[in-house]
Design a protein around this ligand. Structure first.
Ligand SMILES: [Zn+2]
Ligand SMILES: [Zn+2]
Length: 140
């Protein structure tokens, strides 16, 4: 298996390329199967015929849409639903604003984060095409 960004050979068990730091199967410059340079828009590798289609089209996330939505509704102020979905940056913002901002604003910031989480939770529950932090569609 080869890094799709830099063409370096990577261990199939590794989740990121040790050379360029790209996550496995991200990037579109090299064939992951034979390491041949590919056209960024190509659907298959011209050398080995390996399918280069984005995995998000068929693959489902192992995260549950219902669980993510409920976490957002009940624990959204702390970004728990975003931690669950792997959207760590957004989750950390919600958590920190909620706790640190909440102390300085007598809880107003926490309330705002709670409403943000609530809205996100409802959107996740009502959106059949909701995706996780990796762009994979959530399972029901
Ligand atoms: Zn790489
Ligand atoms: Zn190939």
């Amino acid at each position: 298996m080869y890094c799709r960004n830099c063409g370096e050979q990577i261990n199939p068990n590794a989740s990121v390329c040790v050379k360029c730091g790209f996550a496995k199967n991200t990037g579109n410059l090299y064939c992951p199967n034979c390491g041949e340079q590919t056209n960024p828009g190509a659907a298959v590798c011209v050398k080995c015929g390996f399918s280069l289609a984005e995995p998000e089209s068929s693959e489902l996330s192992d995260k549950s849409r219902i669980a993510a939505g409920l976490l957002g509704i009940f624990l959204g102020a702390f970004g728990i639903h975003n931690f669950y979905l792997g959207r760590t940056t957004r989750a950390l913002v919600q958590l920190l604003v909620s706790i640190i901002g909440g102390i300085f604003t007598c809880g107003i910031a926490s309330m705002a984060m709670g409403i943000w989480g609530l809205v996100e939770g409802i959107l996740i529950l009502t959106n059949k095409d909701a995706v996780d932090g990796n762009g994979l569609k959530l399972k029901d």
